[in-house]
Design a protein around this ligand. Structure first.
Ligand code: DAH
Length: 343
């Protein structure tokens, strides 16, 4: 009864070596699990040696048992070290899913201040029953001038410095041609609001641009009256500029309306006291309007004896910069994200 002692000691030593070697080769959690099964599980290498220990004579058991226990502690510590290594990896993944971390902000754009103003204006008129229409920015002479009662060679055409593409084709100088396009395709009653971009051959400066935006309005039906025009404009101005504003109407001239007017409101920068913005007058010009000229109705085939209507048009850029305190109109066109994001 001597041999088993050596045999088992050798087996213990070789199992220890092989466990050491195998543990240094572990790369994944799967590898680690295989390692555990091979050495530490109920039928693993160590358990097999413990089984053998049962057959060892009693006098040799304590020493061999001690060696086997040391082997187990050793292999378990190998396993534990690796488990922590792989476990640490797992923790990193968990951190990514930490729901207490603030979310990543997805950068989203903001509306351009001009779009914002246009949307506000359109919403107000939509609530009064106006539909929205649009037309082309490259226009012909007929829609931009002739149908709007600008006779050929009439000085009124000089009111609007035009970019011509050819003799009869141009960049629209105002949104009024959309009135004509709507009336060509539709019978009264018509109630439309027409936002859009317009172009004028003007020197670019802090106070003027060669492309800008307007909103046009048109209401045509039987018996549309001048007082309805005024009522509509006042309702709009109070909603858009504030219910406490003061306003006034001045007689004016546009070839496509008769009578024509311009609307002024108290300067909302100085509340009417007089400042550089309103050129010390206390008033700001906000829009042009009037009753649709009978010649306009004739051009598109409506009978001016049967229908009447009013129209109005306003620029968008100036109101926008005044309200937001932007000192230079050109900033609206530079597309500087840092500037635009503020609004
Ligand atoms: N189209 C004019 C302009 O650009 C503005 C305007 C005035 C439009 C009177 C209208 C209107 O519809 O009735 O200066």
């Amino acid at each position: 009864m001597t041999a088993p002692k050596h045999a088992l000691t050798n087996e213990i030593t070789s199992l220890k070596r092989s466990a050491e070697k195998r543990s240094s080769e572990l790369r994944t959690a799967d590898d680690l699990e295989k390692f555990r099964i091979e050495f530490l599980a109920r039928k693993g290498g160590i358990a097999v040696l413990f089984d053998k220990l049962k057959t060892i004579p009693a006098d040799q058991k304590p020493s061999l048992g001690k060696q086997l226990n040391e082997l187990r502690v050793f292999v378990e510590s190998l396993f534990e070290t690796k488990r922590q290594e792989f476990g640490a990896e797992k923790k990193t993944t968990e951190k990514v899913l930490d729901i207490t971390l603030p979310g990543r902000t997805v950068p989203i754009g903001t509306l351009h201040p001009i779009t914002h103003t246009l949307n506000n204006i359109v919403t107000i008129f939509a609530s009064m029953g106006f539909a929205v229409a649009s037309g082309p920015e490259i226009e012909d002479d007929f829609h931009n001038f002739e149908a709007l009662n600008f006779p050929p060679d009439h000085p009124a055409r000089d009111m609007q410095d035009t970019f011509f593409i050819s003799e009869k084709i141009l960049l629209r100088t105002h949104t009024s041609p959309v009135q004509i396009r709507v009336m060509e395709h539709q019978e009264p009653p018509i109630r439309v609001i027409m936002p859009g971009r317009v172009y004028r051959n003007e020197a670019i400066s802090a106070r003027s641009l060669s492309q800008f935006h307007q909103v046009e309005g048109l209401y045509v039906d039987r018996n549309v009256t001048f007082s309805e025009l005024k009522g509509t404009l006042v309702a709009f101005a109070k909603e858009f500029y504030g219910s406490d504003i003061k306003y006034k109407f001045r007689p004016s001239f546009f070839p496509f309306t008769e009578p024509s007017l311009e609307m002024d409101i108290t300067c909302f920068i100085c509340s009417g006291k007089g400042c550089p913005m309103c050129k010390k007058s206390g008033w700001l010009e906000v829009l042009g309007a009037g009753m649709v000229h009978p010649n306009v109705f004739r051009k598109i085939g409506y009978d001016p004896e049967m229908v009447t209507g009013f129209a109005f048009g306003m620029g968008i850029e100036r109101t926008t910069v005044l309200r937001l305190g932007i000192p230079d109109l050109r900033m609206l066109l530079e597309n500087d994200i840092k500037f635009l994001e503020q609004f």
